[in-house]
Design a binder for this molecule. Sequence first.
Ligand SMILES: Nc1ncnc2c1ncn2[C@@H]1O[C@H](COP(=O)(O)OP(=O)(O)OP(=O)(O)O)[C@@H](O)[C@H]1O
Ligand SMILES: [Mg+2]
Length: 251
Amino acid sequence: MKLEVLGISKHYLLPILDAVTFEAAEGEFVCLMGPNGCGKTTLLRIIGGMEPPTAGEVRIAGRPVTYGGNHTLPVGVVFQEDRLLPWQTLEENVALVLRPLGQGRAERHEVARRYLRFVGLHGFEEYYPNRVSGGMRQRAAIARALAIEPDLLLMDEPFGGLDAQNRRIMQAEVRRIWAETGKTILFVTHSIEEAVAIGTTLIMLSARPAHVRELIRNDGRQDPRRLIEELNQMIMEEVLRQQGGPVPGVP
Ligand SMILES: Nc1ncnc2c1ncn2[C@@H]1O[C@H](COP(=O)(O)OP(=O)(O)OP(=O)(O)O)[C@@H](O)[C@H]1O
Ligand SMILES: [Mg+2]
């Protein structure tokens, strides 16, 4: 599903986003990077209709996103924390989000089991979140986002809390899900290596107020080590800019 972000600006007390503009074609895996606090989460919330922009428009499949408007908008969201309800089993957690879609209980649970199986959690349906590992909780959160069958999946640093090994496993898992479902994914990450490893389009936001500093098509033609180096250089510049200038001792 095509995503258009058109001149999105957001002001709270300070200007946070400054005319952020980019497009993602259907089926793209977009990785969004930028310094801490530059407005990545804010941008995701605006795209998901959870926050109104000060100016600009987001279109999903050509339809404008309205704040708080349409619940059936096909957007799935995975946050850094899994946000599962601890008093519900994994299956109940996934089934819960299907309620507003008007399916019956039996059908909701069948769909929940199907998606839990899809993310590798078959056999853990009846477990409570605190009885499974962090990686498994993130899988359940991904199953929950997929269960509503969104065409656009927003992921906000979903693996930030995982150890390096589980992070690698989950990266491969998300790549597989992306390849098998053809969904458009917008994935925020602080890891340049992660972005270069999994993204088809890499977007570097500038220091606050953020605009798109660079958009790179990662089609396999560039040398990944070179790309990582370039992006590391860019983000260092933006971090320093956001802090108000060069810091003594940092090259
Ligand atoms: N509801 C709000 N009211 C006022 N300011 C806010 C609000 N939400 C976010 N901000 C401000 O907007 C800026 C961007 O926040 P945001 O969480 O979008 O950044 P981020 O890029 O996701 O950061 P991080 O890399 O740390 O996750 C911050 O300066 C934050 O203080
Ligand atoms: Mg954030």
